[in-house]
Ligand binder design. Structure first.
Ligand code: KG4
Ligand code: ZN
Length: 331
């Protein structure tokens, strides 16, 4: 089976072609991502209007490259992310996928962006066992889910304020670094001493919710109070706080649920320290750790194609009348 997946939920235009064998094992035939970082960099964050305009320019070149000559008549389904995300960005991908479906008669499936992230571990580890804990950490989300099966998800906790990636981006701006901030801080952390400053950790007892806005404010106050602080130390101490909280909460959830596998996705899942410490923690508690490769952690069409395939194979398709939604609950 051949499935095309399209994601334009935020600032990356992405399309991917996946083929599946009879055992549901995916092969990634293409995964094309056109980044908009060079457009939003000077603003220190995503400008929604510029994002949707760039999606309009890039959607056809990206889809064309992903198809690489494969005719629409060869596709079994077209899956597109229809939310949650930036509404102007979502409209571009959804309208494009609907027109492809309408003109070719290929079945159309609207996919929740978060479902794509939750299942992305299966792109390279199709045997990752359910139930699984899945931590989605990006610029827009920080949520911990229990994935019992395809289509059976429970959100255990979510951020009450900033997403972890948003905190990275804001601290990066504060330190005069570029956008996106995550890779810059990740790199700078390697030059600093994480013990030089002690930033707070919002563990918040008896909940799997997160909070990162207090940390961001603590970093701002520390830098204002002592401008001589070394940026490397600030970056390392900030990252230490974020990683401590993410790993501790995931560990508590493993202990409470007795689940034995963990996956990690979203842009912050590219973070080297988070990946390493999450792996160490999983080893300690005897859980399997299934982080997708970095290119499949950030927004991509492959995870949308995969989630779409698992809906399509059980007979679910979407009506062409569905509209993109900025807020779209997964459960
Ligand atoms: O999933 P993503 O590509 O887009 C959405 O937000 O949906 O995630 C982007 C976020 C940004 O906030 C960026 O700063 C963060 O992921 N990020 C990182 C790293 N690479 C990207 N955060 C920490 N460490 C990284 N290496
Ligand atoms: Zn995402």
């Amino acid at each position: 089976m051949l499935v095309l997946g399209i994601d334009t939920s935020c600032d990356d235009t992405s399309a991917s072609l996946l083929s599946f064998d009879d055992g549901h094992k995916p092969s990634i035939l293409s995964n094309v991502v056109s980044s908009q970082n060079h457009i939003h960099d000077k603003y220190g964050g995503i400008v929604p209007e510029l994002a949707s305009r760039r999606h309009m320019e890039m959607i056809w070149p990206v889809v064309k490259e992903a198809l690489d000559g494969t005719g629409l008549d060869k596709l079994d389904a077209i899956a597109v992310c229809h939310g949650p995300g930036l509404i102007g960005s979502l409209i571009v991908g959804t309208a494009f996928a609907k027109s492809m479906s309408l003109s070719s008669g290929t079945p159309f499936i609207g996919v929740n962006h978060l479902e794509g992230h939750l299942l992305s571990a299966l792109l390279t580890e199709p045997q990752a066992p359910f139930p699984m804990l899945s931590l989605v950490v990006s610029g827009g989300h920080t949520s911990l889910y229990m994935v019992r099966d395809f289509g059976d998800y429970e959100e255990l906790g979510r951020t009450r304020d900033d997403a972890a990636g948003e905190a990275y981006d804001k601290v990066s701006k504060l330190l005069g670094l570029g956008y996106p901030g995550g890779p810059e801080i990740d790199r700078l952390s390697g030059t600093g001493n994480r013990k030089a400053i002690r930033f707070p950790r919002a563990y918040m007892k008896d909940t799997f919710d997160f909070s990162f806005s207090g940390l961001k404010t603590a970093v701002r106050l520390a830098v204002e109070k002592d401008p001589a602080l070394k940026p490397g130390d600030v970056a390392a101490a900030f990252q230490d706080s974020v990683v401590d909280v993410l790993v501790r909460k995931t560990r508590l959830a493993l202990e409470k649920t007795a689940i034995k596998s963990v996956s990690l996705s979203g842009g912050v899942a590219a973070n080297s320290e988070l990946r390493e410490r999450m792996r160490q923690m999983c080893d300690e508690v005897g859980a399997g750790f299934y982080p997708p490769p970095v290119a499949l952690c950030t927004d991509n069409g492959a995870m949308i194609a995969l989630a779409g395939y698992h809906r399509f194979r059980v007979g679910q398709t979407s009506d062409l009348g569905i509209n993109p939604k900025a807020h779209l609950p997964i459960v």
